[in-house]
Design a protein around this ligand. Structure first.
Ligand code: NAP
Length: 262
């Protein structure tokens, strides 16, 4: 099985911690040069320093906010203008604020659309021409199992993830012929700061303890446990590899079997 990503360059968004950072590690271990994008420069530096360089990989980072697609466009345009290409794009950013849909302000909904959909669209428009020229490209969107089954209390996320999922499927149809795949990977409950935030909010909303929320959550997962970041990242890395060239336009849950539908 060909998992070799040497001489490939990946841009991994939301990569200063959590799932994005875990994906960056896996891609680097398969030989890719990895460029990280997020807001916190200290964390970006630390992740960059920790990436594998044993195969001569060269890594870097962009300090940027996914709520500002124009700035990201400038940064990536500048990067590409130096003769570089991006072979693998991992769209990812922080999850939108939790809360019921009807209470959501237009401003917060707009923020979710911008950070998740408009930034992904901007990046795809920038990197796809190079992917087409190289006849190889991988676009991965880190979404949520909410794409298959909306999660109560995550109104903005449920709405925006579905939009990105259909955006991705449409793009997959349009550019599959050029050796480019576009796939969505849907994390279930995976141990990161985001999950700590959600469990903390659920506990305070329900007037109970975080331990009680964790126990209830685990009872709904056939695997009987929460997911590890590395398990999620391994699925993404496989989809980025040459071996996964005929997998296109899918939603892949990595959720220990929690989602009830196929
Ligand atoms: N973990 C789970 O169980 C789970 C389950 C379902 C879905 N998800 C979704 O998967 C995605 C990643 O989750 P995670 O658990 O890894 O979250 P996380 O630990 O909160 O990490 C989020 C990453 O995104 C970056 N980020 C946040 N806001 C940003 C912005 N405005 N611009 C640029 N970068 C930004 C953060 O870095 P900076 O702060 O440095 O910018 C960080 O690197 C999220 O969308 C989350 O909702 C996670």
């Amino acid at each position: 099985m060909n998992l070799d990503l040497t001489n490939k360059t990946a841009l991994v968004c939301g990569a200063s911690q959590g799932l994005g950072a875990a994906v960056a590690h896996e891609l680097a271990m398969l030989g890719a040069n990895v460029w990280l994008l997020a807001r916190n420069e200290e964390n970006l530096k630390a992740v960059k320093q920790s990436l594998d360089i044993s195969l001569g990989q060269q890594h870097g980072y962009f300090v940027a906010d996914s709520g500002d697609p124009e700035h990201i466009k400038q940064l990536i345009t500048d990067f590409l203008s130096k003769g570089k290409s991006i072979d693998i794009l991992v769209n990812n950013t922080g999850g939108p604020a939790a809360g019921p849909l009807l209470n959501t302000s237009l401003e917060d909904m707009q923020k979710g659309v911008t950070a998740h959909l408009l930034t992904a669209h901007t990046l795809a428009q920038l990197v796809v021409p190079g992917m087409k020229a190289n006849k190889f490209g991988r676009i991965i969107n880190i979404l949520s199992t909410a794409v298959k089954q909306p999660i109560n209390g995550l109104g903005i996320s449920n709405t925006v993830r579905a939009g990105v999922a259909n955006w991705a499927k449409t793009l997959a149809n349009e550019i599959g012929q050029y050796g480019i795949t576009v796939n969505n990977v849907l994390p279930g409950y995976t141990k990161t700061d985001r999950l700590d935030y959600l469990f903390g909010k659920q506990a305070s909303d329900a007037g109970t303890t975080v331990d009680a929320i964790v126990e209830k959550t685990i009872s709904m997962i056939p695997a009987g446990r929460l997911g590890e970041q590395e398990e999620f990242a391994a699925a993404v890395a496989f989809l980025c590899s040459p071996a996964a060239g005929y997998i296109n336009g899918i939603n892949l849950p990595v959720d220990g079997g929690r989602v009830g539908s196929l």
